[in-house]
Design a protein around this ligand. Sequence first.
Ligand code: RAM
Length: 363
Amino acid sequence: MSASRTRRVRAFTSAALGLSLALTVAACGGTTQDSNEDEGGGGDEPAATADAGGEFETGLSIAMLPKSVNNPYFDASSEGAEAAVGELEGEYEYTGPSDTAASSQVSYINTLSQQAADVILLSANDPNALCSSLEQARAAGTSVVTFDSDVDPSCRDAFVSQVDGAEVGRTLIEMMSEQIGGEGQIAILSATANATNQNAWIAVIEEELANNPDYANVELVATVYGDDEDEKSFQETQGLLQANPELKGIISPTTVGIAAAARYLQGSEYKGQIALTGLGTPNQMREFVKDGTVTEFALWDPTALGELAAYAGAAVASGIITGAEGDTFTAGELGEYTVGADGVIILGPPTRFNADNIDDFDF
Ligand code: RAM
């Protein structure tokens, strides 16, 4: 992983399709940000079979639908996707709900499908609840690539995973154990209760606690959900500390949760007493590392994740890959990627951030 790079986005001439897409989605109450407009006439239907080494189509309409907007993590992913779509001479849109309910995402999927988007890049709030609307979109010719948080593999073409899921879980429990000296009570402050990604990481943490002798003296006493909302995450942190007086540490595997928990600890008697680790963006966590509230946390580059997702979506829509294991495509400057089992494409390993390296990163 590298510090986020400045990426040039090509400006395209405005086209009626892009404008109407923006206006209609804005009308359903979400945040829409059009950038690159259609140059090539709206994109073609996705091809049925893979054409490895084939050319990316130009003019594809590619929309990113995050778990929710107004989350700096997804802003960074969108930046990467937008740059990739610019390179691909397509038309880009970032749109989604302001809350993290799966039902809120459904109406955005339906709207994008009705607008004949070529590609939806989705971070899902639920593994199953979105499937029927995704199936309808795919039947209508939209390629669906999940990134960050998956749905059931049958409902999408491919999943761009930030990191091997087991590695995230192992990294989180390892950092926590290091920070509490290998013993004591811990709790988890997660995102939403149905988030596919967080639940997969939590399952690995639980498995490690049950089976890895290194953690024989570490006990998970509570898991709570801040729903990727700052205020709720802040309050859940307070509740955890009040309800568990013996607590030694909190793992928050969400960028929203860890920043809110750090803010709570910073202003409380627990600062420096309770260990806090998890997944955060360096820009949100810098002040808490500098003032000693947080020692170390981890993440991947969300900008690169969005960039890879956009290339993967365009590769599906262009017929370069189908999402079958072994398919390959080139994701611009990121290089060549191969699709793994179940249509999963993995970005790379996580990075740990601490006082020694946090200033090297800007996202
Ligand atoms: C939040 C979201 C996202 C997750 C990161 C780590 O921004 O829950 O899905 O991947 O945290």
